[in-house]
Design a protein. Sequence first.
Length: 88
Amino acid sequence: EYLTSELERLNIRDTTPIYGSMFIPSAGLLSRMKFRPWNGVFLTEGDYLEDLANAVDITKKVNAIYSRYGVRVLCETAVRHHRDICML
């Protein structure tokens, strides 16, 4: 909700490129972020970090919002296989 409202408020879809970060969820990523999160990265303990299925679902929702508003995705995790991208 917050992401959508802020993108609506900015209302710059066609004039200024907007970039948004995204993680490709994995069990290893969730474990690392739970115990040693990156500085400035906030992933909710009760939602995103709860389990892999939640993380994938939330990531898909964020990706859909990015797509709707023309946000260019910056993938913050390693992409080793085509299936990594396909999960989104």
